[in-house]
Design a binder for this molecule. Sequence first.
Ligand SMILES: Nc1ncnc2c1ncn2[C@@H]1O[C@H](COP(=O)(O)OP(=O)(O)OP(=O)(O)O)[C@@H](O)[C@H]1O
Ligand SMILES: [Mg+2]
Length: 224
Amino acid sequence: MILLRARGVCQEYVRAGVCTSVLLGVNLEVRAGEHIAIMGASGSGKSTLLFALGGLEPVTAGEVAVGEELIPYAQMRDIAQFRNRTLGFVFQFSYLIPELSAVENVMIPALIAGVKKKDAQRHATDLLACVGLSERLHHRPATLSGGEQQRVAIARALSMHPRILLADEMTGNLDAKNRMIVLDLVLQLCRQMGSALVLVTHDREVAARLHTTYLLCDGILKKD
Ligand SMILES: Nc1ncnc2c1ncn2[C@@H]1O[C@H](COP(=O)(O)OP(=O)(O)OP(=O)(O)O)[C@@H](O)[C@H]1O
Ligand SMILES: [Mg+2]
């Protein structure tokens, strides 16, 4: 079953009268439970593509459709709710809310979805245990290491059991050993939840652990 489909996705940015074409017609299909790596040079448009796939930025042309019924984003009225229930994001920078503790950060998607505070807290506590942070529940992001912050972000991204996890360089700022530990953890959680994974990475060793690798080059995505 195809869970995410991008067709002819183009993205250009116009800044100060200068037009930069980043994506020039990207096609991609992600199947349920499939783990995909996206590689490409710095500036090739990997983050731009992930934002487009997640409906976080409108695209210049083309279509992205997500979910069991492949809903085209352009026709969605309440995209935020849909996104919260269907997609999980781990960004290149963890974007945790600095004023909130680890457990509070992980609770956010569930609270937005209307889950009771007590239930959200229990679930967030379990997820933080899964990523090895039981001893850090009440730490604010500034008092966590970079790798710990990424693990909180991963727990938050998975908290709604997303059909698809979109992850941008989630292990980029970790050392080689922790990179593989965090990757294994994410792969294990994705398998448990049956979530598909689209992972942007610069690391061939990381990409080799996933099912399929694509290369983004000159605005086009090709199977590696
Ligand atoms: N909002 C924006 N406005 C103008 N240009 C942008 C914008 N966002 C990205 N770009 C440009 O689009 C290109 C692709 O950026 P993007 O962040 O997608 O690259 P990337 O492949 O993720 O790079 P990296 O590996 O360094 O993270 C870059 O040249 C960047 O300067
Ligand atoms: Mg990027």
